[in-house]
Design a protein around this ligand. Structure first.
Ligand code: FUB
Length: 326
């Protein structure tokens, strides 16, 4: 029997899922997660334990309905440029086409961003022969703006390799900035009309505090780590992301999709497991946070489950902090 979904419970428990990107397509909620493998793995800071090989698309008719697993939507064996590690994906709709964006390591073990297309939000998706030219690092999130321009946000420290691209070229030995220097920001690039290439060179986003000073690399409670997501609320762009080593989901706002973004506060307190990763979506007149934790696997970092909860704004546009276990 199919179970209805409940807030703060795994939306499916027959597979492990993580890194949910939720969208409303065709009046339903579609979730594009990573598909964590049910294998024993030793964790390290490079993220080798996240050895995912494929994607499943999930959907719910509404928040009182069961969550449907539409099966395998894309497997790495069908993507010519991919060697390993299909990490956190996102999806977008434009040109009467659904686009699945995904990070994976190429044959040189460098993370790139790929794209695959379908006429159905649940897939299956047909991949492009190669990755998006000029793409790098992980965790793509795509915003199709009200004016129909589209932006891709990417980036992740440590295993996500963002530190290695500071000169614009991949340097396998590059380290991140010193604690007293500005933190690395996520990367943004406007997408071309066909949604398959970048219209411009990717650029780093600046995240600043209320006084206009850059958030520093040593400020681990606030600095960008990975998992960027951008949504719009009351004409502001909200950039939310994981702080990685301190395990928060936090956010910053801007009037411009390319920033600079001003840090505002915390959205989600730490969940069980090392990683935290989210998306924010409006369905009918409410807003929802999709996230994951490792509770179903008893705390194993690489066996995570997608959950959701309602997200609330204050009258001034700030977001109320969510405790995942209260
Ligand atoms: O799932 C693999 C990686 O873990 C994602 O790309 C990160 O955001 C983190 O959740």
């Amino acid at each position: 029997m199919k179970k209805n979904t409940k807030p703060n419970k795994p939306i499916v428990d027959h597979i492990y899922t993580a890194d949910p990107s939720a969208h409303v397509f065709e009046g339903k909620i579609y979730i594009y997660p990573s598909h964590d493998l049910d294998l024993e793995k030793i964790s390290n800071d490079n993220g080798d334990q996240y050895a995912m090989e494929d994607y499943h698309v999930l959907s719910m008719d509404d928040f009182n309905s069961p969550c449907v697993d539409h099966g395998e939507a894309l497997h790495m064996k069908d993507v010519p440029w991919v060697k390993q590690q299909m990490w956190a994906p996102d999806a977008a709709y434009k040109n009467n086409t659904y686009y699945l964006y995904f990070p994976a390591k190429d044959k040189d073990e460098i993370f790139r961003i790929g794209v695959a297309t379908s006429s159905n939000p649940a897939g299956p998706f047909t991949p492009q022969e190669s990755y998006i030219p000029g793409s790098f690092s992980i965790d793509p999130a795509v915003l199709v703006d009200d004016d129909n321009k589209s932006y891709m946000y990417v980036g992740g420290l440590w295993g996500g390799q963002l530190e290695k691209w500071q000169t614009g070229k991949f340097n396998p030995d590059a380290e991140g900035p010193a604690a007293t220097e500005p933190a690395l920001g996520p990367i943004v690039a406007e997408l071309s009309e066909d949604m398959l290439t970048f219209k411009e060179d990717p650029k780093e986003i600046s995240i600043i505090d209320e006084d206009g000073n850059p958030i520093l690399a040593g400020d681990e409670d606030r600095r960008f780590f990975e998992g960027a997501w951008v949504h719009k609320y009351n004409d502001y762009y909200y950039l939310s992301y994981s702080t990685g080593s301190t395990h928060y989901i936090v956010y910053a706002t801007s009037k411009n999709p390319k920033g600079p973004f001003t840090y505002k506060g915390r959205i989600l307190n730490p969940v069980e497991g090392w990683t935290t990763h989210h998306s924010i979506v409006q369905f009918e007149n409410k807003w929802y946070l999709f996230y994951h934790d490792s509770s179903l696997s008893g705390g194993l970092n690489h066996k995570r489950s997608v959950k959701y909860t309602e997200l609330k704004y204050n009258d001034d546009g700030t977001i109320q902090t969510i405790d995942p276990y209260k």
